[in-house]
Design a protein around this ligand. Structure first.
Ligand SMILES: [Zn+2]
Length: 292
């Protein structure tokens, strides 16, 4: 992808020098949540009883467990030249998505609200809770921000075998797709189904539409593409499909646990967006789930 010398976005926040750490409260909450999910309410009760006895014998101070607040420490962060180049690249890709989506919304008689992008290192406080590098890049509808730890790109190249700058750009374009869905009220409709039996299917529809929207962006970006760029995005879409990830991590595929769609689906919806370039197509909610 041709990117050097092009406009960079002013909506990027460098939070790499800000080291966030979860307070005790968040830690205790996560522990309760984990135990609750694994062992149910009985597990939580057992944990509380254990906690009570530890407190009675003076072995633990509850204020330390419950009262902690997330803390942020500022450090002087010095990125390598390679990392700084990635940073610059991401600011150009974001600017490119702004141009494309500003125009696309205008065409619909609407106004695009540009998202913010926070580049962090390790952990970050967000309106959606504590973000961690291990989660990969994500979009938080609550603060309309995209979060990325640039280390993910090493993982993409090394572990997911999806190298190349356009693979990296696709990842940003997918998150911007979630932002577009948020502006259009689609994310809210899906979120309202949280806790329902078929929520997972709705989540897959949402993810595949974000891939479609990334394809729409790529269509309008075609002047800047190098030979092989689309293949790079395809390799990335393929590598981060749920079935491929599950096979890597569990050695088998469990379809009901899919939340992003299969590799084949992700490639196909990206491709449809790429071909049409039209944000009003790509309704992944209209068709029966097994035909997605
Ligand atoms: Zn997504």
């Amino acid at each position: 992808m041709k990117w050097k010398g092009r406009r960079s976005s002013s909506n990027v926040e460098d939070a790499r020098g800000r080291q966030a750490s979860a307070g005790g409260g968040a830690g205790a909450g996560m522990l309760l949540n984990l135990v609750g999910r694994t062992f149910g309410i009985k597990g939580i009760l057992v944990l509380l009883v254990i906690g009570f006895f530890l407190w009675m014998f003076g072995l633990v101070d509850p204020s330390q467990v419950i009262g902690g607040k997330p803390t942020v420490t500022e450090v002087d962060y010095q990125p390598s030249a390679e990392e700084q180049e990635r940073y610059d690249f991401v600011t150009v890709v974001l600017a490119d998505t702004e141009d494309v989506w500003n125009a696309a919304f205008r065409q619909q008689g609407a106004q695009y609200q540009e998202p913010q992008l926070t580049i962090y290192k390790g952990r970050v406080n967000t309106a959606c809770g504590m973000g961690e590098a291990a989660m990969g890049p994500f979009y938080c509808p609550g603060d309309k921000k995209i979060y990325i730890d640039l280390g993910f790109y090493d993982e993409l190249a090394r572990d997911f075998k999806a190298p190349g700058d356009f693979a990296q750009a696709y990842v940003i374009a997918h998150e911007v797709g979630h932002h577009v869905q948020n502006l259009l009220g689609i994310s809210d409709r899906v979120n309202a189904r949280r806790g329902q039996r078929d929520f997972n299917e709705w989540s897959v529809r949402l993810e595949l539409q974000a891939d479609y929207l990334a394809g729409v962006w790529a269509n309008h970006n075609s002047n800047y593409l190098d030979r092989g760029d689309i293949e790079e995005a395809m390799v990335a879409a393929n590598a981060i499909g749920d079935d491929t990830i599950q096979q890597r991590t569990q050695g088998r595929v469990v379809p009901h646990a899919f939340t992003h769609g299969t590799s084949e689906q992700r490639q196909r919806w990206f491709n449809q967006g790429l071909r049409s370039g039209d944000m009003t197509q790509g309704d992944t909610f209209a068709m029966p789930y097994d035909q997605l």
